[in-house]
Design a protein around this ligand. Structure first.
Ligand code: FAD
Length: 289
């Protein structure tokens, strides 16, 4: 399949991108790694008349630490750059980001696909979408009238829909909260496919290192957007010893709370079973870190 005809624009700077998007309106789309947009264009699911290629904007590519200790990842950073980042850039506190990359497609996709593209595309099982919600990330967005910050909890609106306006560019994502005990796991029919269900967990441990004070549970594939599961988090906040019983109870609460869809990838019943297994496994993995 070939895409419908379009005009190609190569952006030189961020101001040029927002100016072009402002001028061209809904007829334009940003092109980052092209790993989601190009297949959609090839299948004629997307027919933008203008593509604005941001691939040359090195200022929004890379991983750095902010003065307050938070971690910033530029929107054009590839999944593979995160996967292979040294400990000096992504240490134990954010290791879940690096480890989660193994679940994103295949190596060629990870070397081209970008963190910003993944967040902007907003597939409900995309690893970056879950991680953003899990770690209370802040997304920085530039438009023709300046920069704004959107909290991950307000960024995802539904199936492939976000808080981004058509004339806005996502420039980066900031992770403000270290999470040494965190894990993401998932199930996909074939390795490299998008997950049927994915689960991400953080655990807050007491000083003794053996009691769980609280935690966060985020699921993908059970709704139109990644969701937190307060019922499962409430179990983690009971102040119980870390271990099989606690993790099993939290996972059961998650499976009970969700109302997943049935589709070609699995029934609602199947997704509930996956939820129970994956939340339990993610808790165990988070604890083992
Ligand atoms: C076979 C296959 C398997 C895959 N499996 C997975 C998987 O398991 N998990 C997963 O998460 N992803 C998966 N992907 C998708 C991959 O991660 C993509 O890289 C990602 O979804 C989009 O990133 P991109 O840079 O390629 O964006 P593009 O495809 O270039 O763009 C995607 C969308 O985001 C918009 N956009 C891109 N960058 C920005 C920006 N900075 N600001 C505003 N809008 C922007 C574009 O206009 C477009 O609408 C898979 C892809 C393929 C082809």
């Amino acid at each position: 399949m070939k895409p419908a005809a379009f005009t190609y624009h190569r952006a030189r700077d961020i101001e040029g991108v927002t100016r072009l998007l402002d001028e061209l309106g809904d007829d334009a789309k940003i092109l980052a790694g092209g790993q989601s947009l190009v297949p959609m264009m090839n299948f004629r699911l997307a027919r933008p008349q203008h593509l604005v290629d941001i691939g040359g904007l090195t200022s929004i590519k890379g991983i750095s630490h902010e003065a307050d200790g938070s971690l910033r990842i530029g929107a054009l950073t590839t999944h593979h750059m995160v996967e292979t980042a040294p400990d000096s850039l992504i240490g134990r506190d954010y290791a879940v980001l690096r480890d989660a990359m193994r679940w994103v497609g295949h190596l060629p996709i990870r070397t081209r696909g970008t963190v910003g593209g993944s967040l902007a595309h907003a597939d409900a099982t995309a690893e970056w979408c879950l991680l953003a919600l899990l770690l209370d990330a802040r997304l920085t967005v530039r438009g023709p009238h300046g920069e704004r910050t959107v909290n991950a909890a307000d960024f995802f609106h539904g199936y492939y829909t976000t808080a981004l306006e058509p004339d806005e560019l996502l420039t980066g994502i900031v992770f403000p909260r270290p999470a040494p005990h965190a894990a993401l796991t998932e199930f996909a029919e074939r390795h490299g496919d998008f997950a049927t269900v994915s689960a991400a967990v953080t655990l807050d441990l007491a000083e003794d290192g053996a009691t769980v004070r609280g935690g966060r549970v985020v699921l993908g594939g059970v709704d139109a957007l990644p969701v937190r599961v307060p019922e499962a988090e409430a179990v983690l906040a009971q102040g119980r010893p870390a271990g099989t019983a606690l993790f099993r109870d939290s996972a059961a609460a998650a499976a009970e709370a969700v109302d997943p869809p049935s589709d070609a990838n699995g029934s609602a019943y199947y997704r509930r079973i996956l939820t129970r297994t994956l939340v339990r496994d993610a808790c165990k993995e988070a604890m083992s870190r």
